[in-house]
Design a protein around this ligand. Sequence first.
Ligand code: ADP
Ligand code: MG
Length: 338
Amino acid sequence: MPITVLSQETINQIAAGEVIERPSSVVKELMENAIDAGATAVTIEIRDGGTSLIRITDNGCGIPKEEIPLAFLRHATSKISRVEDLLTVSSLGFRGEALSSIAAVAQVELITRTEHSLTGARYCIEGGEEKSLQEIGAPAGTTFLVRNLFYNTPARRKFLKSPNTEGNYIIALVERMALSHPEVSVRLLVNGQNRLHTAGNHKLKDIIYTVYGRELTKELLPVQADFPKIHLEGYVGKPLVSRGNRTYENYYINGRYIKSELITKAIEAAYHGFVMQHKYPFTVLHLSVDPELLDVNVHPTKMELRFREEDAIYQAVYDSLRTAITGEELIPRVTPGK
Ligand code: ADP
Ligand code: MG
């Protein structure tokens, strides 16, 4: 083939693949947007594992009608404006890639109204092509309907697993999101059936109960500790509730579910001697870390974080878990007057 420049449509579809791999990626991006919009309640509805329909409704700040088409442009965001902002960014999103990516590979309908606007707006976009924008009455907040994901990219569609499996990915993701934001009421409906509903009452233990059940919730140890620039809280399982794989190890940094070799190592070191070899503990840990210690700008899906001051993070996790497990105070307290 001779060299040619790809069409904008093809460029957009390829770029979309970076962000939107499967239905659960859509749910992740739209839930993050809802949380960034300050929502206190988010409802997710899926049909056929999210392949035919994903509907997400939030009661967040809404999008002004005149900004809607902009929100669907690549690299359009209200969350950062300069590269320096990355040092202090605390929102879950900041790349401005999600809406454009989703719209490139699905049929999207958006209904939104800001609190101070009298009327709302409805916007339709399919395969990156704007279809309509009109004023309509709507509750304050935002609803996204995403239909027929990958309808125009058969190669991607082919790689989807069964609706049941895709649905399970979404359920696992929504559970993680609910655990990461105890202040947000999260509701998930799968093919019309209620699958998850959290109260949004800030009580992490209630969410653990909802997600993991009563037996496990009885075996939890609370964790709470403060270190310079790092605050930790959450629950860990007593050593006896360990599992044969790492699916029980959950941790969140500044409200973001991540994977980190450093934190995994610290957790497992804290349990060393308390669980058998090849057994892994249960944890739901929230780390609040000064954004300056983090580099979130690693990969578009942002599962991996980079840390400055790795030792401090490792030690904070290790010490606070060890204290929770053994009941012994490992963290030296500064006594006034000494
Ligand atoms: P990012 O989240 O990285 O900024 P997105 O493509 O996900 O990029 O969203 C683009 C913009 O659209 C956001 O910056 C925000 O201003 C707006 N937006 C998206 N979803 C919502 C929502 N649920 N409520 C309010 N505003 C939203
Ligand atoms: Mg986003």
